[in-house]
Design a protein around this ligand. Structure first.
Ligand code: NAD
Ligand code: GLY
Length: 376
């Protein structure tokens, strides 16, 4: 990957009245982070929260940039992995922030993937009844999704992201250079989430991904930047019209009712990454749409072919153990947030690029789809 000059940075605005903020996307943003962050600070003090994998590559350049702008920046380095999104780690992080004598005007910077972003955002939402935070997403998944929109959360034994808060960041700096150090499987997992923007509302973007997805995954800067900007534009629009997910924002959960059940069954472990689960769930959402007659045939197969061509793990049968059962997966779905009046909520599609929300799918259809997915 070649580093482009900062002038190539593109920006997207999330319009939320006095909580509006910018997302900047491009190469070299960590090296120049101080320039973007300094004007937002009421005191020249930040605390960076990151994990040890990310710290190895990106903490020193971020600290150097902040210090060059006269901003102090203590760092808290956590263990990597989904298990860090827990009450225990939230407790520890809040205590560390308080021990560092954080003040209302100190800004927290989340430098990392969705795990660090969700946990740090949650800590920022509750510490001193809410302090400002900035997202510097370092995974593809975080750049196209989790760093934008203000959903923060931790997991509990009952399920994923069931405890959380809406707390918007003040700024998002998506430095595409960070993807150079991201393990390939993580990059591909992020791609599983990225594809949903084509599936839910932009058939032309899905077609672009069919033709250019391999460039995104090969780290072609123009392709990565285009994909991240398109995704952030789509997400910024949905967040602006429905910040707290009372309606349209739920479209972003395409494939997620299925995905969260698979993640619960694997115990949120590295056996199945979030974006991989979403890739599997997205195929099943299209299969459900076809089965219930809302979508013409062939769409699930088209998506399956795209995931195969790009090498994304998308086969439930390759992850599932012999003791996995459709009924157990359905039980996990019932514990998900996407339940309304005791009915499961699904995001289905009339076609690729035209998704809708429904709570009217018979459980027998879901059981059939799960059975077919487990069979491979
Ligand atoms: P992650 O945060 O666990 O990061 C993946 C792995 O890559 C970790 O091991 C991390 O240490 C490492 N890593 C991150 N950036 C790196 C880099 N640049 N170089 C080297 N290693 C790096 O996983 P993720 O896929 O980013 O996030 C998944 C989480 O995001 C899930 O908990 C999911 O629920 C959440 N999520 C939240 C939202 C939201 O709207 N808040 C949306 C989607 C997903
Ligand atoms: N990732 C789904 C949302 O932010 O609403």
């Amino acid at each position: 990957m070649t580093t482009m000059p900062p002038s190539s940075v593109q920006s997207v605005r999330v319009e939320l009245a006095n909580r509006s903020y910018s997302i900047h996307v491009g190469s070299g943003l960590i090296k120049t982070a101080g320039d973007y962050i300094a004007p937002l600070l009421k005191q020249p003090r930040t605390i960076i929260v990151t994990d040890s994998n990310i710290a190895k590559h990106w903490l020193a350049p971020l600290q150097a940039s902040l210090e060059a702008s006269g901003i102090s920046c203590q760092a808290i380095v956590l263990e990597p992995g989904e298990k860090t999104k827990s009450f225990a780690h939230l407790n520890e992080l809040v205590c560390d922030l308080l021990s560092a004598r954080i003040e209302r005007d100190t800004v927290i910077i989340a430098l990392g993937g969705g795990v660090i972003g969700d946990l740090t955002g949650m800590a920022a939402a509750i510490t001193l009844r809410g302090i400002d935070f900035i997202q510097i997403p370092t995974t593809l998944l975080a750049q196209v999704d989790s760093s934008v929109g203000g959903k923060t959360a931790i997991n509990t034994p009952q399920g994923k992201n069931l405890v959380g808060a809406f707390h918007q960041p003040k700024l998002v700096l998506a430095d595409t250079d960070t993807l150079q150090t991201l393990p390939e499987r993580e990059l591909k997992s992020g791609y599983g989430e990225l594809v949903k923007y084509g599936l839910i509302g932009d058939a032309a973007f899905f077609e672009w991904l069919e033709n250019n997805g391999h460039r995104v995954l090969a780290g072609d800067q123009d392709a990565v930047q285009h994909a991240v900007v398109k995704s952030c534009q789509a997400k910024a629009h949905l967040v602006a019209v429905d910040e707290q997910e009372n309606g349209l924002r739920a479209l972003l959960n395409f494939g997620h009712t299925f995905a969260h059940a698979f993640e619960a069954e694997t115990g949120y472990s590295s056996k199945l990454l979030h974006g991989e689960a979403v890739a599997m769930g997205s195929i099943m959402a299209l299969a459900t749409s076809e089965r219930t007659g809302s979508c013409p045939p062939g769409r699930a197969e088209r998506l399956r072919k795209h995931f195969s061509a790009t090498g994304i793990n998308h086969k439930l049968s390759e992850v599932a153990q012999s003791d996995w059962h459709p009924d157990t997966l359905l039980d996990h779905m019932r514990l998900d947030k996407k339940v309304s009046d005791a009915k499961l909520v699904f995001i289905l599609a009339h076609d690729i690029g035209d998704a809708f929300i429904t709570n009217d799918i018979p459980e027998s259809v879901i059981l059939d789809i799960l059975e077919a997915g487990l069979a491979g």
